[in-house]
Design a protein around this ligand. Structure first.
Ligand SMILES: Nc1nc2c(ncn2[C@@H]2O[C@H](COP(=O)(O)OP(=O)(O)OP(=O)(O)O)[C@@H](O)[C@H]2O)c(=O)[nH]1
Ligand SMILES: [Mg+2]
Length: 284
């Protein structure tokens, strides 16, 4: 199955973002700390061009801390990058200083020209469900934007003001027209950046089982108490049997098992997991 999700509202959002770009001083690009490369939208890269950019890895609290350190180190070689949890960290404290530091020259130029108070404007961009609206609410200590745990919630551009120094522009999550690498598409669907009706849950569950077996076997054993076998499908069947989820003829209820497994992956039931491993680093 080939996964693609590029509805009309994303193309419209991209056009609007491109129009607003000239009004902003900096772009804050959010990526998911659980997949710092797969959540990078190549189309945004082109859109942002040479505008100053701060890369923020969100959902740090859900990602593997060792891998987050690794990716921070790698990504920082190219551009300024921080990782945070919008739920646990003081986002304002972590971000505002960095933004001012990155725009230091611009602020000094304004001061020399006699402008006493320059309002900095930042556009917050990223793939669907990465946490853009949550980030803005946390940063501005408000509930100005709508947040939900599904992709495609924000549909319009919306300015939110922190104070007379900083304004933030919330934008709809955007993907790109065609995923050249279907592994990227599977990860995006797995972590709910792609609408659920697009991807086949059997395919997602098999992919996830293979990855977890290779990189986090202990997490699987601890959560489900099964002895892992080579074939991903055998492990999913074992999960169903262990839960006594059977259908007619005593066959394992795989549909129910896929749902449970995907819910576990999207919550923290399996612990803190990162889906881009070091092998992906060669693509940086
Ligand atoms: N654990 C955790 N959850 C987060 C974090 N940031 C956001 N979330 C959750 O992620 C989900 C999506 O958040 P939103 O802020 O709506 O995401 P968005 O990028 O605005 O999504 P769209 O508007 O659909 O593009 C919500 O359930 C948030 O609570 C974080 O740092 N940690
Ligand atoms: Mg949003």
């Amino acid at each position: 199955m080939n996964i693609n999700w590029y509805p009309g509202h994303m193309e419209k959002a991209k056009r609007q973002m491109s129009e607003q770009l000239k009004l902003v001083d900096i772009v804050i690009e959010l990526r998911d700390a659980r997949m710092p490369l797969s959540s990078a939208n190549p189309m945004l890269d082109k859109l942002i061009g040479t505008k100053p950019r701060l890369l923020v890895l969100t959902k740090k609290d859900m990602a593997d801390p060792v891998k987050t350190e690794y990716w921070l180190n790698e990504l920082n070689k190219k551009e300024p990058c921080i990782a945070l949890s919008a739920l646990n960290d003081n986002v304002c404290k972590l971000v505002v200083g960095r933004v001012k530091e990155l725009l230091k020259d611009k602020l000094e130029r304004a001061k020399r020209r006699g402008i006493r108070k320059k309002v900095l404007r930042a556009m917050v961009v990223g793939i669907p469900n990465v946490g853009k609206s949550t980030f803005i609410n946390a940063l501005t200590f408000s509930k100005a934007t709508k947040v939900e745990n599904r992709p495609g919630v924000t549909r319009n551009l919306q300015w939110v003001r922190l104070n007379e120094d900083l304004e933030l522009l919330d934008t709809p999550g955007v993907l790109w027209p065609k995923f050249d690498d279907q592994t990227v598409a599977l990860k995006l669907a797995l972590l709910a950046a792609i609408s659920d009706h697009i991807a086949d849950k059997r395919e997602l569950a098999l992919f996830a089982m293979d990855y977890l077996k290779k990189h986090y076997p202990m997490a699987l054993e601890k959560r489900y108490g099964i002895t892992l076998q080579d074939a991903a499908m055998s492990n999913l069947e074992a999960l169903a049997i262990q839960k006594n989820w059977l259908i007619a003829g005593g066959k394992p209820d795989l549909d129910k098992t896929y749902d449970m497994f995907l819910t576990d992956i999207r919550s923290e039931a399996l612990g803190r997991i990162t889906w881009d491993d070091e092998d992906a680093g060669k693509y940086i």
